[in-house]
Every structure is written in C-alpha cells, then in structure tokens.
Write a protein that binds this ligand. Structure first.
Ligand SMILES: Nc1ncnc2c1ncn2[C@@H]1O[C@H](COP(=O)(O)OP(=O)(O)OP(=O)(O)O)[C@@H](O)[C@H]1O
Ligand SMILES: [Mg+2]
Length: 241
C-alpha cells in the first residue's frame, strides 16, 4: 500500500535578508501546509494521507518518480485541483490561514508557453498588465524582471527567436511580473541542457527573496540547488479497493 509519509529534507542554508523589491514592493511571507492530502483518479490512488510544509522564501523541489503525483500536488497547492480529502492552507505570519487560491500564485509552465510572435518584453508586459498595472508601470516592471532573469539585452527579441533556456527565463520573468508571493514551476528544466539548467537553478535561488518557489522536477541539478526537498513517493500499482 502506498505510504503517505514523505521525507522533507531541509538543507542548512542561510537565508538572505528579505528585501522589498524597489518596484514591486513584494516580500510577502506565506507558508503552505498540506495535511493528509488524498487524491485518486478513478481507481488510481495518487496521493494518500500526504503531508508537508512548504516554507516561505525558499526554493523547494517536489521530487519523485514519474506518475508519483508531483504535478497533482502542485496543482492542488495552486488551487487548480481539488483534493478528495485532507487540507491545504496558506499560513501567514500573523497566524491567519486561507485556502489555496490561483490568484495568489504565478504558474510557470514547461517551455514557458510564450507568444512566439511577440517580443520577450511583450510577453512579460502582458503579465504585469493582467495583474492590474497601468502601461507605464507595467513596462517598467517588465524591463526590470527581464533584467533580473538575465535577459535585459533581449527585451525586443521575438520569443520565437529565443533559445529554450531563454524562453524558460522569460517564463520566470512573466511570473515575477505577475507580482505574486508564490511561484510554482512544473518541470521547468526538462527540455534544457545542463548549462541552461544551472542558469535556471541560479536564477531560482536569486529569486527566493522575492517569492517562495516550488518546482516539481526530476532534474538532479535543480534538486541539488533546492534548499528544501519534498519527496513524493509512488507505490506502483496502488489502486483503491
Ligand atoms: N486528470 C487526470 N485524470 C486521470 N488521471 C490523472 C489525471 N491527472 C493525473 N493523472 C494520473 O495521476 C498520476 C500522477 O500524475 P502526475 O502528473 O501528478 O505525476 P507526476 O509525478 O507529475 O509525473 P511526471 O514526473 O511524469 O510529470 C499519473 O498516473 C497520471 O496518469
Ligand atoms: Mg508532472
């Protein structure tokens, strides 16, 4: 039977001071508490009594074999996927909690889903506009976030002319421009070579003072870089009675 027990390896890392970004004014601390989460698809048990805490201001890797439920857990924590039982709560420093809400998170899809015929800047700008910024401040934020991910000099390059690694960085810039306290990324390096993966790993570590970052990944480079590791286990063939 599938075990709901997970391992969460907390690495000893000295957190940088939580600075407040000069443009986006974000340094919101949110912990995510997952308690006894269970989720099945038909007879297939994916999560069973699974519990973990995602700490604020850190890079957390969700790891586990293919099909173990990493994406399912990520989607549930984002508020996209309902659990069958158990709870997921966002916990704030003042002690209040609330339920997952897709409005609170930025999602970085694999390959970043960019608009190929628009510039890197436009791709990021759209995100800032969608979160309510006026055009002037959205443009300012988009430029700043492209700088942050190391693409300041590619702002006007069409997305379809960017490399896979650069596109993935555009995806993170877009997530930052959305000004959310939590960024979730599902397999952000699965199509990248080692050099680009190292760049993404460095980028994630540099962003953690702006947002808490949770990545579902198989990638040993990202797992090594992550400060916390949450192990999602699969019990092969686990099916409900
Ligand atoms: N909407 C769905 N309907 C039916 N089965 C689903 C659905 N979503 C996921 N599953 C199944 O649940 C299991 C876990 O899927 P999930 O995508 O969470 O795994 P994963 O750990 O992210 O895998 P990978 O590493 O391959 O991305 C898989 O067997 C998958 O086929
Ligand atoms: Mg997955």
């Amino acid at each position: 039977m599938r075990s709901g027990v997970h391992r969460c390896r907390h690495r000893r890392v000295v957190n940088p001071p939580r600075s407040v970004d000069s443009i986006t004014q974000r340094a919101v601390q949110v912990f995510i508490d997952v308690e006894n989460a269970s989720k099945s698809f038909g007879p297939l048990i994916v999560l069973k009594d699974f519990s973990c805490t995602i700490a604020s201001g850190r890079v957390t890797a969700l790891v586990g074999p293919s099909g173990s439920g990493k994406s399912t857990l990520l989607a549930a924590m984002a508020g996209f996927q309902r659990l069958d039982s158990g709870t997921i709560r966002y916990r704030h420093p003042n002690g209040t909690t609330d339920l997952p809400n897709a409005q609170r998170i930025a999602w970085v899809p694999q390959g970043a889903n960019s608009l190929g015929a628009r510039s890197a800047l436009d791709n990021v700008l759209l995100s800032a506009l969608a979160s309510g910024r006026d055009l002037t401040s959205a443009r300012e934020i988009a430029h700043a976030q492209l700088q942050k991910v190391g693409l300041g000099d590619k702002a006007h390059v069409l997305a379809r002319h960017l490399s896979g690694g650069e596109l993935q960085r555009v995806g993170f810039a877009r997530a930052l421009a959305a000004e959310k306290p939590i960024i979730f990324a599902d397999e952000p390096t699965s199509s990248l070579d080692a050099a680009n993966t190292f760049q993404i790993a460095e980028l994630l570590l540099s962003l953690r003072e702006i947002a808490s970052i949770v990545v579902a990944t198989h990638d040993p480079i990202l797992v090594e870089a992550a400060q916390d590791v949450v192990q999602v286990r699969r019990e092969h063939g686990a099916v409900s009675a």
